[in-house]
Design a protein around this ligand. Structure first.
Ligand SMILES: Cc1cc2nc3c(=O)[nH]c(=O)nc-3n(C[C@H](O)[C@H](O)[C@H](O)COP(=O)(O)OP(=O)(O)OC[C@H]3O[C@@H](n4cnc5c(N)ncnc54)[C@H](O)[C@@H]3O)c2cc1C
Ligand SMILES: *[C@@H]1O[C@H](CO)[C@@H](O)[C@H](O)[C@H]1NC(C)=O
Ligand SMILES: *[C@@H]1O[C@H](CO)[C@@H](O)[C@H](O)[C@H]1NC(C)=O
Ligand SMILES: *[C@@H]1O[C@H](CO)[C@@H](O)[C@H](O)[C@H]1NC(C)=O
Ligand SMILES: *[C@@H]1O[C@H](CO)[C@@H](O)[C@H](O)[C@H]1NC(C)=O
Ligand SMILES: *[C@@H]1O[C@H](CO)[C@@H](O)[C@H](O)[C@H]1NC(C)=O
Length: 511
């Protein structure tokens, strides 16, 4: 019964990356390729037989043709790739998991240099288990598996096993455990980086402190992180994964507003819940995988970091009190890895990508959350549905706030990191997707941006947008205002000038 947008249609399933079948093949930029060869850096160009397995972005709506995709094996080769690109006047972006919603790890415009970090793939837990050293190209699923296998430890992060640590941790990193443990970004204690002039450096609270601050929020604009040191938590012994599908919540706008209002006050009530309970409240619209029939449905999906007995006795009854009966539900106690595996959209932690044509945007809704008028406008808009049957959508209200949250601590202000979103109750994570094999229709973008406006229009608390849910329809200035705000942006610009005056690390929304 569990529907997720990334599940509504079959993914294209590009074949796994094969061995390079390199002909003598210099087809894009001879000087650049010569420079990479001279430094012993492996790379792909568009006449390689397996080019598409390297170059295709996760989001098929935004294809780009890179000049080369460099495949460094270590930090020295990353440095050489950056120097070669800069000498040739080209822009550079690192690719970690390649899950940018705008495909920005390919730089976002044709003819530039992608530095694919897939070979920087080691995860090593310290002997006392407190810190994991994670290569810049490691994906969340393999990272979680390795950290658990090496010492039963864990880090908070998003649910999709194919997302990379590089983009995710340096632009936030929210998952169900974030209410208990904070964002992925909060766990970065040190980074090894390559700067725009090719220098290898360290960034920590004591060494290059400005860079340490700036990379945690805006790494795409400043450097390539080749290795992260991340603080860890003991993995919970028992996690309750819960999913309730309640279609009757969407029977009317009144019913939806009242259910949402109840769930928002439930999770705000410190008598009932603490940091161990987290969820997202999801409205889905699209073809059912089994029947093809268009369905509208409401889901409560989340986790409780505790026992099934405790969950059943004191959390579930309060959460579901007064709501229409679930259409279907699935509540199971699992160990840590089984919990993560069940949450990942493809049901695996191996880190494969699911290629789709989609558009996304977000609204961060400040504490204490949605008011009645904003909810009414939000559900009215969604229940009227998208303009064409070729568009499926999903809006997830992801919980950052609520009683006892560890995301919004006073110490994690704009001085802590270049990530100012610390008074958030919900992040509305909106996605629209084309029908299988169809190109994404332009009205899908207009419609989803209308949904964003519907949330904002009657909001009486502050709002912004979350940079990991990259919105390609924003201009650079709009993106900066929504992702960073003036205070953080001003400081970032100063640091950019010092470390990357020639603007080597660039994408359509970079600082
Ligand atoms: C299926 C799916 C599920 C998701 N679920 C969640 C979720 O639950 N919670 C959440 O918070 N977010 C979620 N996201 C959003 C995700 O966090 C972002 O897309 C993230 O930025 C992807 O990181 P990446 O390394 O895979 O992407 P990439 O495309 O490789 O990189 C994204 C950006 O970061 C830069 N970058 C990457 N690595 C480095 C590096 N080592 N050094 C410097 N810059 C780097 C790239 O150049 C690019 O600009 C999800 C995305 C997808 C596609
Ligand atoms: C990179 O590492 C791989 C795997 O260890 C090895 O096969 C390859 O030769 C290395 N390439 C370079 C350019 O060092
Ligand atoms: C890391 O990459 C190398 C070379 O690409 C590969 O042989 C190895 O299996 C990978 N290791 C992990 C942990 O993924
Ligand atoms: C909080 O929960 C307690 C226990 O379930 C309940 O008695 C109380 O009325 C709730 N408070 C609010 C403000 O809803
Ligand atoms: C999409 O296209 C592929 C390749 O052309 C085809 O195999 C597949 O059946 C198509 N899927 C749908 C749902 O039309
Ligand atoms: C490279 O740039 C850094 C600043 O990012 C600077 O400190 C360093 O001196 C530069 N190195 C060289 C060799 O120019």
């Amino acid at each position: 019964m569990h529907i997720s947008l990334f599940h509504l249609v079959a993914a294209l399933g590009l074949s796994a990356v094969g061995e390079a079948k390199k002909k003598s093949c210099a087809c894009n930029n001879a000087a650049l390729e010569h420079c990479l060869k001279a430094h012993g850096v492996a790379f792909k160009v568009s006449c390689d037989a397996d080019w598409e397995t390297y170059s295709t972005p996760l989001n098929l709506r935004v294809p780009v043709k890179q000049a080369v995709i460099a495949l460094p094996n270590d930090s020295k080769q990353v440095s050489a790739a950056v120097v070669c690109a800069r000498k040739n006047g080209l822009k550079v972006q690192a690719k970690s998991g390649g899950h940018s919603y705008g495909g920005y790890s390919n730089v976002g415009i044709d003819g530039q240099v992608e530095v694919d970090l897939r070979n920087l793939n080691k995860t090593v837990l310290s002997s006392d288990g407190s810190v994991a050293v994670v290569g810049g190209g490691v994906k969340l699923g393999p990272m979680a598996t390795a950290i658990y296998a090496q010492g039963k430890r864990a880090i908070p992060h998003g649910i999709c096993g194919g997302v990379g640590i590089g983009g995710h941790s340096t632009h936030g990193g929210w998952g169900f455990t974030s209410r208990a443990w904070g964002l992925t970004l909060d766990h970065i204690v040190e980074m090894q980086v390559v700067l725009a002039n090719g220098t290898e450096a360290r960034a920590s609270p004591n060494v290059n402190a400005d860079l340490y601050w700036a990379l945690r929020g805006a790494a795409d604009s400043l450097a390539i992180v080749t290795s992260f040191s991340l603080s860890t938590q003991p993995a919970p012994e028992e996690v309750v994964n819960f999913n309730y599908e309640i279609r009757d919540i969407l029977k009317s706008v009144d019913q939806a507003v009242s259910a949402f209002t109840h769930l928002q006050s439930f999770i705000s009530n410190a008598t009932t819940v603490d940091r161990r309970t987290s969820f997202s409240l999801q409205t889905h619209y699209g073809p059912d995988r089994a029947t093809g029939e268009i369905v509208k449905t409401f889901l409560i999906q989340g986790t409780f970091l505790g026992s099934l007995a405790k969950y059943k006795a004191s959390i579930e009854p309060e959460m579901l009190r007064g709501l229409p009966a679930p259409t279907a539900s699935d509540v199971q106690a699992k160990d840590w890895i089984a919990s993560l595996t069940a949450l990942s959209p493809d049901g695996r932690l191996t880190g494969e990508a699911l290629y789709l044509a989609f558009f996304a945007n977000s609204v961060t809704v400040d504490d204490p959350g949605m008011n009645e008028a904003a909810l009414r406008r939000y559900f009215t808009y969604m229940l009227e549905g998208p303009p064409s049957p070729g568009v499926a959508y999903q809006s997830n209200m992801e919980l950052w706030g609520g009683a006892d949250t560890q995301i919004n601590l006073p110490a994690k202000d704009a001085k802590f990191a270049a990530f100012p979103h610390r008074n958030i109750f919900w992040t509305a994570h909106n996605l629209a997707q084309a029908a299988p094999n169809a190109t994404f229709p332009p009205e899908g973008i207009t419609w989803l941006n209308g949904l964003r406006q519907a949330i904002l229009q009657d909001l009486d608390v502050g709002s912004a947008a979350y940079q990991n849910l990259l919105d390609t329809s924003l201009t650079r200035d709009e993106a900066h205002a929504l992702y960073y705000g003036d205070e953080v942006l001003g400081r970032l610009r100063g640091i950019k000038k010092m470390h990357d005056p020639k603007d080597v690390f660039w994408n359509p929304q970079s600082v």
